[in-house]
Ligand binder design. Structure first.
Ligand code: GLP
Length: 239
């Protein structure tokens, strides 16, 4: 795992945007694995700026990591809404080329199978990952098998609490989510793992230096041949 320590969040955003943008400059048909959460927002802002400066996303394809079960485009709290607000609406991407699991599918098992097949048919050039305080990636909570594919998960209390800040109140946070599995995350050619702030320092340490164990899902990334951890000074503090 290559580790880049940045002085602050702005530099973290610039460094991660550089990786994604250079991938698109190399290949206008690049497939991006995208993440939600606060951490990649600065990177998305810079991707929007690059579009305004002439970079085209018209033939880029995207696959997101996860979605809350029960939420869809009609909910401002859904990840599909997040992606529209923070990125897709501001760039020239063809919405048909953007994909997220459907949290409102009538048959979630069938939806998981559909999304797994889609992932298989669209090998990702680069996968962006945030990091949960408990070491989760996507919504793969501690204990998720490393060979998992897209599945429905019950969120841990810690995750519900961490994500409650984005909802009107804690009770509004869905208890279930659908997430790309760990085996599927690992299939991306390149992975960038972004972490910002002191609250992530412990998880960053476990991901980068800890034992490779299902107790810390992000530790699996030590087995991937091309991972860049981009952490700001606070998140890097225990390394
Ligand atoms: C959520 C998402 C994860 C994300 C994590 C960290 O749980 N499912 O994909 O990495 O939050 O979020 P943040 O970047 O807001 O700390």
């Amino acid at each position: 795992m290559k580790i880049i320590k940045t002085k602050d969040y702005n530099e973290l955003s610039a460094t991660s945007a550089d990786v994604v943008i250079s991938e698109i400059r190399k290949n206008k048909n690049a497939v991006l694995g995208l993440a939600t959460g606060s951490t990649p927002i600065g990177m998305y802002d810079l991707m929007i700026k690059a579009c305004r400066d002439g970079l085209s996303y018209r033939t880029v394809k995207t696959l997101n990591l996860d979605e809350y079960v029960g939420l869809g485009a009609d909910s401002p709290d859904s990840y599909v809404s997040f992606m529209r607000d923070k990125l897709f609406e501001h760039i020239d991407i063809d919405m048909k080329n953007t994909h997220l699991p459907d949290g409102k599918a009538a048959d979630m098992q069938a939806e998981c199978a559909r999304y797994s097949a889609l992932i298989k048919s669209m090998p990702r050039d680069v996968q962006v990952l945030g990091l949960g305080r408990n070491g989760h990636i996507g919504f793969n909570e501690p204990g998720t098998p490393f060979d998992s594919v897209t599945h429905v998960v019950r969120l841990t209390d810690d995750t519900v609490e961490a994500n409650a800040r984005l909802f009107a109140c804690k009770d509004d946070v869905p208890r279930y989510a659908v997430t790309m599995g760990i085996a599927e995350i690992m299939q991306a050619k390149k992975i960038i793992l972004l972490a910002s702030g002191a609250g992530k320092a412990q998880a960053v340490y476990a991901a980068a230096r800890g034992k490779i164990t299902e107790t810390c899902p992000a530790s699996v990334l030590q087995n991937h041949p091309d991972v860049i951890l981009i952490a700001d000074e606070e998140a890097h503090a225990l390394l």
